[in-house]
Ligand binder design. Structure first.
Ligand code: GTP
Ligand code: SPV
Ligand code: MN
Length: 594
């Protein structure tokens, strides 16, 4: 099936690529090599093959046209942070928050596993571009994989195919990704990053961020390394445009940890009382940001699709997402109805009788197990999104007015606060805490520090990363204002205090009003808080008490918080910039004055 035309053209124009592919073919020994061109014909052919191989189940073509279900191996349902390594010659370059392995050792172990691993199988060569085509932000990656599921997902998540080979030309500057699911044995599973080689080798998992190497591996871990070297930022952030009734649009970038609301916020539908307001999605997971010639921060979304959390997605919480997954979507680990439609917890409709859980077993409503896996996902092209920003393909990106950091915190963190200045904003990001979720393997609901939502994704030493953030200020003539939010604070009964979802637009409006000097505020010990009446609450269903509780800054809680922050910085060690310790001690002093 090898497309000889593409192969010949590439081999002729880019010997770096053809030589590297030849080396990897020599190592993995596939029966055949298929160069993906990204065409519709190819897509149709691969879907057919995936169905024949039982990798995908076609869904009901009347209710879900072009949609498929994939059931992953039950041992392979989320990112494996404990098996993810940064492989730099010097251990300190990875820092204490990353797993580290010497490059020689990593290559040697993985070479052993990859040796002959594609025998009897097909190697797909998947070229892709991250960022809008012809953008100064754009980077090319090539993923070699033996998983047709990965190829089909990459076709949705990136600008994939000949377009990327054309962009690459004869250059040596591309990410070299090698992936094989092997026999999906956790004992033979490793995701290794080699920043100095711009390379990622991933073995033993077929799941999301472990296997779609464009995403967390290249666009965050490797790109954050490149960004530090070249003076830009690769962040775990959504990008949205907030349009007011007068037609003015402001762009916001927001970092929340995995499964903490980025996709939801990026395509929010305003409540009826916010008539005339609109939110446009630029990106839902990753932002690449550079200082523009005008001294502002400009951002692009490197991706072209969404790999979103299914549970909790409903016509109430996220109508745009419900619309976009109606067609041409790959579902992973959701439940299936008897007429081959999809279902998940929190979909807002009763589970029909006779459904099958994410492992294909008959499931009943009285089961103590969820029907859909808590980290079940949809992969859908961004062009399916009714709220897609018209500027998503803009080569220079969009100008960012505000940066928002947010975690999942049942206590302590108020609904919203503004930083005193850039350095305090970096401090707020660097000290973020959040409860763990099903997006990574391990215990759920434990508060851990997750600086800038990048703990699992920063490709270098976290202290150096903080310094890089602080250093951006001198390059930014017009730095964005920095905010912190928390949609997840709970009352004593464990209920969310703030209604969230569409109602979050009230907080976004306050943020943009602050940027434009239009909303009142007052200083608290930990940051700048909305003045009475400055948060637009027309038509909202929330009691005064709940709102007060959601906004409260409690010195006793913050005293504990500051101790945990200090403990975390001590763990990172001496690379933490002194400026951040100064920030903490200033807050401590402020709290004692309260
Ligand atoms: P990743 O794709 O893992 O990076 O996740 P994400 O940050 O894009 O999170 P997503 O928007 O998919 O939301 C994750 C979960 O949080 C879903 O179950 C949502 O229903 C829930 N969620 C999102 N926004 C809110 C909110 O405002 N309030 C509450 N209570 N839950 C929310
Ligand atoms: C996340 O975990 O932050 C995700 C899903 O966006 S994954 O692609 O698996 O990383
Ligand atoms: Mn994510």
């Amino acid at each position: 099936m090898t497309d000889m035309r593409v192969l010949r053209k590439t081999a002729a124009t880019n010997h770096f690529l053809s030589e590297w592919v030849a080396q990897m073919v020599h190592l993995t020994k596939p029966d055949q090599v298929v160069w993906c061109d990204g065409s519709e014909t190819e897509r149709q052919r691969l879907f057919k093959q995936a169905v024949a191989a039982r990798v995908l189940i076609p869904l009901n073509s009347a209710t879900r046209p072009g949609c498929y279900l994939h059931r992953s191996n039950p041992n392979d349902v989320a990112r494996s942070e404990d098996l993810t390594f940064i492989c730099t010659p010097n251990r300190d370059d990875a820092g204490p928050t990353n797993n580290w392995m010497a490059p020689d050792e990593a290559y040697q172990r993985l070479r052993g596993w990859f040796d002959g691993s594609m025998r009897g199988r097909t190697m797909y060569v998947v070229p892709y571009i991250l960022g809008p085509i012809d953008s100064p932000f754009a980077r090319v990656g090539i993923e070699l994989t033996d998983s047709v599921y990965v190829v089909l997902n990459m076709g949705i998540m990136t600008r994939m195919g000949t377009v990327a080979l054309d962009a690459l030309g004869s250059s040596d500057d591309f990410n070299r990704g090698l992936h094989s699911t092997l026999d999906c044995d956790p004992q033979r599973r490793l995701i290794c990053h080699f920043p100095q080689d711009n390379a990622v080798w991933s073995a033993g998992s077929g799941y999301g961020g472990n296997a779609l190497l464009s995403k967390k591996c290249f666009a965050l871990r490797i790109a954050s390394w490149l960004g530090r070297k070249e003076g830009w930022l690769a962040e775990h952030m959504l990008i949205l445009g907030l349009q007011s009734p007068s037609g003015e649009t402001s762009y916001i970038a927001a970092a929340f940890p995995s499964a903490c609301g980025k996709t939801n916020l990026s395509m929010l539908t305003p409540p009826p009382s916010f008539r005339g307001w609109r939110v446009f999605t630029v990106g839902d997971d990753i932002a690449w940001m550079r200082v523009g010639p005008d001294g502002r921060l400009w951002a692009v979304n490197p991706e072209a699709g969404y790999f979103g959390v299914a549970p909790g997605t409903s016509a109430h919480s996220n109508p745009n997402a419900m619309k976009m997954v109606e067609r041409d979507t790959i579902f992973t680990n959701v439940a299936m109805t008897p007429d081959r439609d999809v279902w998940w917890e929190g979909m807002g409709v009763e589970a029909p009788a006779g459904i099958f859980d994410w492992q294909g077993r008959p499931w009943r409503k009285d089961s103590d197990q969820p029907a859909a896996h808590p980290n079940s996902r949809f992969t859908t092209p961004m062009h399916n999104n009714p709220a897609l920003s018209p500027r998503v393909d803009s080569p220079q990106g969009v100008p960012i007015s505000a940066i928002v950091f947010g975690g999942r915190r049942a206590s302590t963190a108020p609904l919203v606060l503004e930083s005193f200045d850039w350095a305090h904003g970096v401090y707020l990001g660097a000290t973020m805490g959040s409860e763990t979720t099903a997006a990574a393997t391990g215990k759920v609901g434990i508060v851990r520090r997750d600086p800038m939502a990048m703990l699992p994704f920063c490709g270098y030493n976290m202290g150096d990363y903080f310094a890089h953030w602080l250093g951006m200020q001198s390059r930014l003539k017009h730095p964005p204002k920095v905010f912190m939010v928390n949609w997840f604070r709970k009352d004593r009964e464990g209920r969310f205090l703030w209604p969230g979802y569409g109602e979050n637009i009230r907080v976004l409006k306050w943020i943009v009003d602050r940027v434009n000097g239009r909303a009142g505020a007052h200083d608290s010990a930990v940051g700048v808080m909305p003045a009475e009446g400055s948060l637009d609450l027309t038509g909202i269903d929330i009691s005064n008490d709940s709102l007060k509780e959601a906004m409260a800054v409690k010195p006793q809680e913050w005293a504990v918080e500051l101790d945990l922050q200090e403990e975390f910085f001590t763990k990172i060690g001496e690379t933490v910039p002194a400026e951040l310790d100064v920030q903490r001690e200033a807050l401590r002093a402020g709290l004692e004055l309260d």
